[in-house]
Design a protein around this ligand. Structure first.
Ligand SMILES: [Zn+2]
Ligand SMILES: [Zn+2]
Length: 54
């Protein structure tokens, strides 16, 4: 199984309540965020296109 890490804080999210969605701009990169970063509206940056979103 691939290791999943929160894109904002880098923490492993296996077993966590996390969200996973495609980057809204390039639709290619998977954005993964842990429940803490989602709650705190932490900025994420797409590794492929550099899109920043809350
Ligand atoms: Zn996080
Ligand atoms: Zn992107």
């Amino acid at each position: 199984m691939e290791a999943l890490h929160c894109i904002s804080c880098g923490k492993g999210v296996i077993g966590e309540n996390f969200v996973r969605f495609k980057c809204p701009r390039c639709q290619k990169e998977d954005i993964i965020r842990c429940s803490v970063c989602r709650k705190n509206s932490k900025i994420y940056v797409c590794k492929k296109c550099g899109f920043e979103g809350p």
